[in-house]
Structure formats: C-alpha cells, structure tokens
Design a protein around this ligand. Structure first.
Ligand SMILES: Cc1ncc(COP(=O)(O)O)c(C=O)c1O
Length: 456
C-alpha cells in the first residue's frame, strides 16, 4: 500500500519534502514511478479532513465488503431517488434528438444561461421580488457556483459560516486561500468565524456575539440541521450585513421543502438586494442531482466598496471559467417550470416529505431528540454525550443503515446524526423497522435516550 501521509499533515506545511526519510521516499518513488517538481498547492495541504461524503462512501464500501449479503439502506448522502416526471424528461429527450438535425442543432449558448430559462427562473421564484432575468445566472449546480463565487471573492476576504454547516463553503474557502490552518483541538480553521447554531439559540446565530466578516454563508433551510430561518431572523441577518458592510451568500437549495411560510428567498427581506447573493438548485427541487442545473442571483445593486457592481465581475467569472450549463439540462429546467412540470415536481417533493414523516415518527417514538424535518428533508438527531462517528459506526454495523455523522458538518455537529428523507418508501419502512428493533434492544446501553421532542 502506497503511503503519502507525510504530505498531508498540517505541520508539513513549513517543512520541505527533502526532510522526508530518504529510504522511505525511494520506496514510494519506485511504486509511483517518480515525482514531478511541482509543489503541492499549500491551500490543498491545509484541507485536514477528508471531504465528508467521500469518507462515508469509503466506509460504505468497506461495510459491503465485510457483509456482502446484507441489504444496505442509505439515509445518508441526501441524493434523490425518485424518477424525474415524464413531461420533463421528454422535453429533454426531444431537445437532445433535435440536436441531430440541422434546424435543432445548438452549439455554445450564452454563458449566463438561456434567456427564456433565466426569465422563467426570475418569474417562478422571484416574480414578486423584483429579480430581473439579467440578474439570474444559470449554472451546472449550486456546488459549482459556490466555488465560482469563491473565485470571485478571492483569497483576501474573511468568511463566517453556520456551525454546523454544509462543508463546501469551508472547503472552497480553504482551497481559495481564505483560511489559516486547521486546529485539531477545536476542529476549526483559523480565520473562519463559526456561528454556533443549535437548540440553545433556536438554530439561529447570536449575531450580537458574531465578529464582522466580509462574507457570511447562510443556508436556509439548513443542511444539515433542517432548520429554516424565520422572516424576523433574516431581517436581523440583513441588518447585521448592512451595518458591517458584509455580503451574505444565501443558499436556498432546499427552499421547495418549506411549508410554514418562512422565507424561500433572502430577497423577501427588504434591503437584501444590496447585501446578498442567492444560490439555488434544481437538484433537490426537481431530482436533477445527476442532470446538473442550478442558478445564482446577483442583484444589480450589490456593489464593492469602490462602487463597482459585483454582477459585472461574475459575468467575467462565468465567461472565463464556465461557458454555460448543458443545453439539454436547461431544456429540462424549462420544462420543470411549466405549469405541468411544477405540479409533477410537487408530488415528488410530497413523497419525500412523507418519508421524512415516517422517520420522524419512528425516531421520536424511540425517545430520541429530533430537530429539523418540518421544512427540510433532513432530521437532526441528538445523541447526547456520544461521538457522532461512533454512533454512525454502531448503527451501520448493527442495522446496515448509512447515516451522516454530524461532526462532518463542523464542531457544532458533534453528538448529532443527520438522517435524510430522500429514498424509496420501502427503504424508509424497512429502516424504521430496523431502527426500532436496534434501539429497543439497546436502550440500556445508550445513556443518550431521553424524552422525545421535536423543535423547528
Ligand atoms: C446546502 C446545499 N447547497 C448546495 C448543494 C449542491 O447542490 P447541487 O447539486 O446543485 O450542486 C447541496 C447538495 O447537497 C446542498 O445541500
């Protein structure tokens, strides 16, 4: 087995590879066929943790190898499972077929996205909020736009994130060079402000204790906690950003799951156009995790300190590093936003909501403390006094169910598991059966089983 662990420790940042024991290096060189003279990007060296989902996949593979005959159920990575409604796939397939005709062939499109789709996004999601088509940038998914926005921001800015948080904000921040090193003791990167969001503050940061940063990543409904911010809370956030001259990167990837009237867009808050970018996605909304389509809104009023419009720079970023989303995916996106498409998508979302309800009832009936889940596909389950990777491993070993350890989302996620309602109904029912059987027999050994509650 080839081992290059000596390149990845934080302490090796300041030590040159020549310090590596030579005999060991010779051995590695023979195995790998030699090294180039390229020095590894120091920012990538700083990335301390394996990215959460690949690490879960690795453990999943290991488990399957160990138990080849079990039926593994994933309540884990949050991928969608239900077929895309026919209306949408047939529009994509018609578009794809037309590409083999002279009349229907299309080459490069506009880097910012098809004009008709940009207008449909503006009208469907922001009709009453004065977002203009020219402010909509169609993307190949929110994840890519998180990185493109980091490219826009550069290495010189400071960021704040909810803790726990979707890992891509921090990892992209490390990669672009905005952070210092990772500290093992605190499980935090230097120069990142972690805003604790837990039951102690109704999952909304205490802004009176939050230091100023240039940028605030804010996800609502939040992945992983499943918690949605209220209008009043988002007012506070926008005011906080205005007072500090910060910008908010608002991630609304799960907005379609909101059912209690909480804001689906940051632009529902007056004044947000001057301080916020919004990123969003067709992935969870329409089952496009594999098709790949999303969008970003940059309002005209959003300006740098020198008065230069940020939207102009984002145009430059997408023309330089993107070239536009697939035109087949965009045809699908347009079909999603037709009246029939929207109706069909709604029924798929309701399916996942029913799944989530089944899981929520099961977990609550077992005496576990469950948060989230009302306005999001995710349940955030508290295992007081436990390490989340330990609970993950125990549940995997005994029930063959994949969950997500909360600590993978930041230090504030320790003691929690994220459980997802994305999945087939049969799997939800079977997972509930296994969890009941496991926890009922394990109660004596799990001190964290306390009174049931649900807060959101
Ligand atoms: C909060 C959040 N933002 C962005 C993404 C990425 O979305 P996409 O599939 O559009 O890249 C995810 C995916 O799970 C997510 O949970």
């Amino acid at each position: 087995m080839v081992s290059l662990t000596f390149f990845s420790s934080a302490s090796s940042l300041s030590s040159s590879p020549s310090k590596i024991v030579k005999s060991s290096l010779d051995f590695e060189l023979k195995k790998l066929g030699g090294c180039t003279k390229l020095v590894r990007n120091v920012n990538l060296e700083k990335l301390k943790n394996n990215y959460l989902f690949p690490e879960i996949s690795r453990r999943e593979l290991e488990h399957v190898k160990k138990h080849p005959n079990v039926q593994l159920i994933s309540l884990g990575t949050g991928d969608t499972t239900e077929p895309i409604p026919k209306q949408i796939t047939s529009d994509m397939s018609n578009f794809a077929h037309a590409l083999s005709t002279v009349e229907g062939y299309r080459g490069y499109g506009l880097e910012q996205g098809d004009k008709v789709l940009r207008k449909a996004i503006a009208d469907t999601f922001y009709g009453h909020l004065h977002v203009k088509s020219n402010e909509v940038f169609v993307s190949d998914g929110a994840q890519s736009d998180i990185s493109r926005i980091q490219l826009l921001l550069g290495s010189g800015v400071t960021i704040a994130v909810q803790d726990p948080t979707f890992p891509a904000y921090i990892d992209s921040s490390v990669i672009i060079g905005q952070t210092g090193n990772f500290h093992e003791a605190t499980k935090k990167y230097q120069n990142v402000v972690y805003m604790p969001c837990g039951p102690q503050n109704s999952f909304f940061p205490d802004l009176s204790k939050t230091p100023r940063t240039d940028v605030i990543f804010f996800c609502s409904p939040n992945n992983p906690t499943g918690y949605v911010a209220s209008k009043k809370q988002l007012h506070q956030l926008v005011e906080f950003a205005k007072t500090n001259g910060s910008i908010i990167i608002f991630d609304s990837a799960y907005a379609a799951f909101i059912e209690d009237g909480s804001p689906r867009s940051i632009y529902e808050i007056p004044g947000a156009r001057e301080v916020a970018i919004e990123i969003s996605s067709f992935s969870k909304f329409a089952g496009f995790t594999g098709v790949r389509l999303g969008w970003t809104i940059i309002p005209d009023e959003l300006l740098y300190s020198n008065g230069f419009p940020i939207i102009n720079d984002f145009h430059r970023i997408v023309t330089t590093s993107f070239n536009g989303a697939s035109n087949i995916a965009q045809a699908g996106g347009l079909a999603c936003l037709s009246p029939v498409g929207l109706k069909e998508i709604r029924s798929v979302i309701n399916y996942y909501k029913e799944n989530r309800k089944i899981l929520m009832e099961t977990l609550a009936s077992l005496g576990l403390t469950v948060y989230g889940g009302i306005n999001a596909p995710y349940l955030w389950v508290h295992f007081k006094g436990s390490k989340s990777w330990d609970v993950f491993a125990e549940i995997l070993e005994k029930t063959h169910i994949i969950t997500v350890p909360g600590s993978g989302f930041g230090p504030g996620g320790e003691e929690y598991l994220r459980i997802s309602g994305f999945g087939r109904r049969d799997d939800m029912v079977e997972a509930s059966r296994r969890l009941r059987s496991f926890f009922n027999t394990r109660t004596k050994h799990f001190p964290f089983l306390s009174s049931a509650s649900n807060t959101n």
